[in-house]
Design a protein around this ligand. Structure first.
Ligand SMILES: [Fe+2]
Length: 285
């Protein structure tokens, strides 16, 4: 759709080693995802389809959201930044909550699982990088707000966590868990040779009625109805992770799994706590 001549162009800026773009919208597949025309019939239809999918299934997957030029640029930038990733290796329960001694030791609330994943913080991304250019593009925020049904939303204001890139190398994985936030938005940049699958069990949790037997069977590998998302490079995923337990399976091979995490908030100026910053990036500023 986009020709190289009119499309995404890159050049070294020298001063910051970053790249400069001309048009953020040229990073994405505007024919399928007309974010530059959200008020048009096609734009309204896209929003309605995404909203319906997200609220009926908990998943909104937009295949090929980023076009080939955009993807190649973003993946190359992420690869260059990979040495800057901070690796978090810890054990946690499925609820990502502190251990609660009120439950028996083998209760799903207390079972601890191993996660290892690296993250490149927002402040490591050059100002004119393609990924940052997309994240800071206002039509993307407008689109997200409409899909989520919140109307007005905001980019997260955290200097480290607003936009980050998860890095899974050989042996890395993210164990079963529920997210604290209602929705997450992620963009697949690079798939590994093997593993790194996004597995989930829809609607495993409803507020006020936890099915701990089900959670235990999932954690123990005794549940047969685990779904795998067909999540490929260039795809944007909006996922309701607060009610559907999910994990990233162990990665193998020499190619890292690289996934951008784009954070939005219903409130302006929202940031992470120092504890969260220390856990994921090893620093508070
Ligand atoms: Fe998650």
């Amino acid at each position: 759709m986009q020709s190289t001549e009119q499309g995404w162009q890159t050049k070294r800026t020298g001063a910051n080693g970053g790249r400069r773009n001309k048009h953020p919208g040229l990073l994405i597949n505007l024919e399928s995802y007309p974010l530059n025309r959200l008020g048009s019939p096609e734009g309204s239809r896209l929003i309605a389809q995404c909203h319906e999918s997200l609220h009926s299934t908990g998943v909104c997957l937009l295949p090929g959201f980023v076009n080939q030029d955009g993807l190649e640029t973003m993946a190359a930038e992420a690869g260059e930044l990979e040495p800057e990733a901070y690796f978090c290796r810890n054990h946690h329960n499925a609820y990502l909550e502190p251990d609660d001694g009120a439950f028996p030791p083998d209760h799903p609330r207390r079972l601890r699982m191993y996660t290892s994943v690296g993250s490149i913080a927002y402040d490591r991304l050059p100002r004119h990088s393609a990924l940052r250019t997309l994240y800071e593009w206002d039509p993307l925020v407008t689109f997200m707000g409409a899909v989520l049904g919140y109307g007005q939303i905001y980019r997260f204001a955290d200097p480290l966590g607003a936009l980050s890139i998860n890095v899974f190398r050989q042996g890395d994985r993210h164990a079963w868990h529920f997210d604290e936030s209602e929705f997450s938005t992620t963009l697949m940049l690079q798939a590994p040779e093997e593993g790194g699958e996004y597995e989930y069990v829809p609607d495993t949790r409803r507020v006020g009625s936890e099915d701990y037997g089900l959670i235990r069977r999932i954690i123990d590998g005794e549940h047969n109805d685990i779904q795998t998302l067909p999540y490929n490079p260039g795809d944007l995923l909006i996922f309701s992770g607060r009610n559907s337990i999910h994990r990233i399976t162990e990665v193998s091979g020499d190619t890292s799994r690289l996934v951008a995490i784009l954070c939005f908030s219903t409130r302006p100026n929202e940031v992470n706590s120092d504890e969260v910053r220390t856990l994921f990036w090893g620093r508070t500023q």
